[in-house]
Design a protein around this ligand. Sequence first.
Ligand code: MG
Length: 267
Amino acid sequence: MPLDDTTRAAFAMSLLGALDERRPIAPLTEVTPDLTVDDAYAIQRLAIEQRCNRGARIIGMKIGLTSRAIQQALGVDEPDFGHLLSTMRVADGGTVDLSTLVAPRAEGEIAFVLGSDLPETDCTEADVLACTAFVMPTIEIIDSRIRDWKLTLADTVADNASSGLFVLGGRKVPVDGLDLRTLGMNVEVNGDLHATGAGAAAMGSPVTSVAWLAATLGRHGMRLRAGDIVLSGGLAAPNTPKPGDWMRVSMQHLGSVSVRFSGGEGN
Ligand code: MG
């Protein structure tokens, strides 16, 4: 049975409190074991509306749980999605103060920037390619307001798909002529190679991942529009940044994007 509006709103407020105070909360599904994924998306929407009321703007979407390993760990066979807000964006080469986050992790992925609206229904990979203005390498700094990342699908969905911050960088490259499945990625932390990956880690292809999102948003009465940024899913295991760390993600043909991590004042 779906949760009533009051309970959904209370969960949204408690996630917002955790975000503001950087104090994680118990999994929502521990408190309410029959919380459904539909409830969770409704909670996500309520929390996003509140953040927009405070001045943030929706500038795109992210796709999460795109790797087989993460889906298996959560016992699901589908990804999920969250909203990207203007307040989540960090400049290429910028610094992220880790004390503003709860339990951050960082990963490399491909961002799509749309040149035209995607179809609301029956969106294909060809539509995604035709509607993409360019792709860019991205660092996504994921975070969880759920204590110790002890989450189920519904918990992460309610928590905006464990979004934190993101950094776009490198070059704006049109998708024509790129094979995003085999496009390679190196992740360096403090100059040492941390991980390697390729586009296929995201649902077999980042293009498939974006087509999945368009179709899924259509079922929620939403649509991807020209100008939207879409993070298509991590391409390698995330790292856990420490104060003083420097991270660079380099992608074949796309250049690189980097970020520094500080621990608050004096770091
Ligand atoms: Mg990600």
